[in-house]
Write a protein that binds this ligand. Structure first.
Ligand code: HEC
Ligand code: HEC
Ligand code: HEC
Length: 396
């Protein structure tokens, strides 16, 4: 005799299927729909209403970024961890990647995160780096993207230009839109060059041997092994890396350059290094660069100007140079503040005479320093080249 399932058991199939469907619907709602709505709401509340859209060039650059596989090595998401914030800046908020479809967040970090890379490097640095990463960062494992160029780092093709334009958008909207409050977007990339900022005092007795090692590993790529500005990275950079052997610097100026970089140029800041390492670098730099006026009277290039030359130099300077370099040579003329590269402060550094004359004749490509060779006579050039060197009081 076969027993029929009772009414309760027959109902349980129904109950189980209803429970099953309900569980499914609930899971989708709870784990999928609700968080998505929450996120959209959060993005709407925290983000700017009209974020800056990408230009045509930036959109093309984004496609190059995707095509070349940059995302295999670079993430675009600063996590909410102390280490990430210290290195890259403010953590990524949901709204920042809202319009990023398909997103470029990436998962691997063989190279550094790029979410805050806008404004950290100059364009010539980016181009040189893409053309040959090891020419500016000797230990880099990043592949070279020469096919985006026409044979030289200063001859980028359209896709290289687009790519750099795209890189300049990463973090830009956050920089522009952040209403303030949270960890300021000021906590920036260590390499971002600044024109101002507290500069720590470096030790006067830095370890020059350590400095020489650090120099070979980090600086020689641009400034050349002996400091004369002929490193492999120098070719595509405007302005060119300084010929350190033809300049003298006060210790203060060296500290400032190492801590802040030189804004508007490819010279990065090195403030992620310890004070001990920076002091070591400073000690090495003071060996490469020449002692300034009036330390070594025997140097041929330290011939003193005559009184007439000094008068002439003063007049030329006041009429043509003071608005940028400042009446007292401190780089604080009335026009200085608006310039992309700050005019040289001659009280804290000085070029050798020949180098000053060369800068005057040719100008400095990539900076607002124009050539004066066609505007001033030979005598006037000589006089004013002497004149600017006299602001420097010698190595301090
Ligand atoms: C094989 C991995 C790899 C790939 C692929 C790669 N990179 Fe890199 N990238 C690195 C490494 C490692 C560094 C750090 C060393 C250096 O600065 O060269 C780096 C550094 C950088 C930096 C400097 C970031 C900083 O904060 O200093 C930028 C910008 C950059 N890469 C852009 C790109 C772009 C754009 C692409 C695609 C065209 C790309 N990278 C592809 C590994 C990679
Ligand atoms: C990516 C290339 C690059 C690297 C790497 C680099 N520099 Fe520079 N450096 C430059 C450029 C470009 C300038 C700016 C020239 C100018 O202001 O006209 C410069 C300027 C300087 C100056 C002179 C500033 C002045 O106003 O004359 C000093 C000093 C200096 N760098 C030291 C260093 C040291 C030390 C290192 C290594 C820790 C280093 N640089 C690494 C490119 C580089
Ligand atoms: C429009 C502003 C401006 C004017 C005007 C100007 N300069 Fe400059 N000068 C600069 C800038 C900017 C630099 C480059 C700083 C750098 O490369 O970091 C510079 C650099 C120099 C240098 C090279 C310094 C070095 O350390 O190598 C010399 C020398 C110099 N100027 C002299 C003069 C003289 C002399 C005049 C007047 C005839 C003059 N400048 C007029 C802005 C100006």
């Amino acid at each position: 005799m076969t027993s029929q399932p009772g009414p309760v058991l027959r109902m349980s199939y129904l109950a189980a299927s209803i429970a099953g469907v309900a569980f499914f619907v609930l899971s989708v709602a709870w784990l999928g729909v609700w968080p998505a709505r929450k996120l959209a709401e959060q993005a709407r509340l925290t983000g700017p209403e009209h974020p800056l859209a990408l230009t045509a060039s930036e959109v093309r650059g984004r496609a190059v970024y995707a095509r070349e596989g940059c995302a295999y090595c670079h993430s675009q998401q600063v996590r909410f961890t102390d280490a990430d914030i210290a290195r890259f800046g403010a953590p990524t908020m949901a709204w920042e990647t809202r319009g990023d479809t398909p997103h470029m967040m990436g998962t691997r970090r063989i190279g550094p995160d790029l979410a805050r890379v806008s404004g950290t490097r100059s364009q010539d640095w980016h181009l040189t780096h893409l053309y040959a990463p090891r020419s500016v960062v000797p230990a880099s494992v990043m592949p070279a993207y020469r096919h985006l160029f026409q044979g030289a780092p200063d001859q980028p093709g359209q896709s290289a230009r687009d790519l750099v334009a795209y890189l300049e958008t990463l973090g830009r909207v956050r920089d522009l839109a952040w209403p303030g409050g949270e960890a300021p977007a000021e906590v920036v990339h260590p390499a971002r060059a600044r024109r101002t900022g507290e500069v720590p005092e470096l030790q006067a007795d830095g370890d020059a041997a350590l400095g020489a090692m650090l120099y070979a590993g980090h600086c020689a790529a641009c400034h050349g092994a002996s400091g004369i500005g002929d490193g492999p990275g120098a070719v595509g950079l405007r302005p060119r890396p300084t010929n350190l052997a033809l300049h003298s610097y006060s210790q203060e100026r060296v500290a400032e350059v190492l801590w802040n970089g030189v804004a508007g140029t490819a010279m990065p800041a090195w403030r992620d290094r310890s004070i001990e390492e920076l002091s070591a670098l400073a000690a090495h730099l003071q060996r490469i660069s020449v002692p300034g006026v009036p330390a070594d009277p025997l140097r041929a290039d330290q011939i003193r100007p005559t009184d007439e030359e000094r008068d002439l130099g003063g007049r030329i300077y006041a009429a043509n140079c003071a608005q940028c370099h400042g009446a007292e040579g401190a780089g604080d003329g009335s026009a200085a503040i608006d310039l992309p590269v700050a005019p040289t402060n001659f009280t804290r550094q000085t070029p050798m005479f020949d180098e000053a004359l060369r800068a005057l004749r040719n100008g400095i490509d990539g900076t607002p320093m124009a050539p004066w060779g066609s505007r001033l006579s030979g005598d006037e050039l000589t006089a004013v080249a002497h004149y600017v060197r006299e602001f420097y009081g010698g190595r301090r």
